[in-house]
Ligand binder design. Sequence first.
Ligand SMILES: Cc1cc2nc3c(=O)[nH]c(=O)nc-3n(C[C@H](O)[C@H](O)[C@H](O)COP(=O)(O)OP(=O)(O)OC[C@H]3O[C@@H](n4cnc5c(N)ncnc54)[C@H](O)[C@@H]3O)c2cc1C
Length: 480
Amino acid sequence: MNIAILGAGISGLSAAYRLVQLAPKATIRIFDRLNRYGGVLETLNRDGFQIEQSADNFITTIPCGVQLCKELGLGEQLVQTNPLVRRTYVVRRGRLYLLPDGFLMMAPTKLLPMAVTPILSPFGKLRAGLELFIPARKDDHDESMAHFVRRRLGREVFERLVEPLVSGVYAADMEKLSILATLPRFREMERNYGSLIWAMQKQLAANRAAHLAEQSGARYSMFVTLRNGLSSLCDALAAKLQPHTLQTGREVTKIWKTTEQQWALETKSSASQTTSATSHVKPEFFDAIILAVPIHESSRLLKDSAPELAEKLAKIKYEGTAIATFAFDSDQIKQPFHGMGFVVPKTEQSPILAGSFSSLKYEHRAPKGKFLIRIFAGGNRTPELAELPENLLIPLLLTEMRKILKITGEPLFTVTSHWSQTMPQYHVGHCELVQEIESLTNSEPTLALAGNAFHGVGIPNCIQSGFQAAEKLVSSLVEH
Ligand SMILES: Cc1cc2nc3c(=O)[nH]c(=O)nc-3n(C[C@H](O)[C@H](O)[C@H](O)COP(=O)(O)OP(=O)(O)OC[C@H]3O[C@@H](n4cnc5c(N)ncnc54)[C@H](O)[C@@H]3O)c2cc1C
C-alpha cells in the first residue's frame, strides 16, 4: 500500500500513526506546505517561558487525547489545570466578575450562585429560573445557539454568560452557530428532562455517585496539557514514522485520479517563491489519499476529480483569530486573579474576545515571579483583528488589558500569531451537510477526509478523525 496524507497537523500525524499500526508495511508520505509539522500546534520556549502559539490544552472527556499521550509514553507529562483557579471571569461594564460557581457553558449546576451573581439583573435571574417551566421543544430540527439559549434561559443569560463563553471557543457568530453540531447534549437534556436546570442537577448527582463508586484510576481535570508543550505530542507522533515519511516544505498543488484508479499528486517546494515549471516536482502516484488540510483547501484540490464533494466542502466557512501573548513581572499585575482567564461579551464592544492567565492555569509556563497572559482577538466578531499586523494589534490589546486587568508598565516581551481561516464554523444545518459529505466520501473507497471541520474542532476530535480516516482506507484497500 502506498498512501499519501496531505497536511501534517495533528489530524494528519494521527492518521499516519494509525496507518503504521494497521499496515506496518505500507509506504506513507505526509506532505505539508510548511517547513515543519504540527499545523497550528506550535510551542515556543523563550526566556524560561513556555508559549503555546494556538491551542494550549485539550479536553479529557473525549478520551482519545489522553489515551494517545499515554500510548506514546507521554502519560507522565500530562499536567492538570491549577485546582486553585478553576473558574472563569466575565467582563461586565469593563470590570471582571467571576462566573457563577457551577455554571457550565450553558446552564447552572448550582442555583444559589446564580441567584446572587451581580452579572445578571433581578429580571434576568427570574427569567432564567422560569427555564424550569418552559415546555421542551419536541422536534429534532436544528437551531442557532443564540435562539436556543434565549428560548430557554432568556436574553440576559445569553448575552452576559453564554455568548462570551461560547464565542471564545468557536470564534463564531452565535446567531448562526448550530446547537446540534456544537453542543448537542444541551438539546438532549431539554428533550430528556424537559429543562436544562433540572437536567444539570440530575447529572451532577449521577456524576457524584459515579465518582464515589470509582475505586481506582487517575481522574483528570476537564482540560490537560503536556509539560513540554503540545508540540511534544506532534514530536512523539513524528518519531513513530519511518524516515522520509514526512515531506515538509512541499505544498500539494493538484490532485487527480489516473485511469488505473490511482491518485496522482503534484507538489511544489514551498521554499521556492516562483511558480516556474522547475519548482514543480513530477507527479507521484498513490493507492489512496487522506486529505487532512483545511476544508477550503480540500475543496480546491478536489474540484476536478470530485466536483460534487468539492462543492459541499466549500459550504463550510472558516474564521481566523490572532493570539497575542504578553510576558510580565508578577508585580506589574495589580490585582489577584482567582480564575484561569476571562471572556468578553459582544455587548462590551472590546477588541478582546477572551484572555487566559496562562502561567496561573499551568504554573510551569513562566519562571518564578513572572506572569504570562494570552489574549484572543478576531473571530466572527471582529474578523479584521485576526489579520491586523503586530505593530497595530499589540498597542490596541495592551490599552484594553490595562483597563480590564489593571496591569501597569510595559510587557517584558510579546509574541503574536495570526491564524487566518483556521476555525471552521458549524452553522445551522451542519450535521446534515456533514452527512451528505460523508456519503459522497464513502462512495470513494480510496479517499478519506480528516480534520476539524466535521465532528468537533478540539485536538481529541482531530485525533479521532485521523484514526478513522486511516481505518477506512486500510479496510477498503484490504477489501480490494
Ligand atoms: C488559535 C487556536 C486556538 C485553539 N485552541 C484549542 C485548544 O485550546 N484546545 C483544543 O483542543 N483545540 C484548540 N484549537 C483547535 C485545534 O488546535 C485545531 O482544530 C487542530 O489543531 C487542527 O489540526 P489539523 O491537523 O486538522 O489542521 P491544521 O493544524 O490546520 O493542519 C493542516 C496542515 O495542512 C497544511 N496544508 C494546507 N494546505 C496544504 C497543501 N495544499 N499542501 C500541503 N499542506 C497543506 C497546513 O500547512 C497545515 O500544517 C485551537 C485552534 C486555533 C486556531
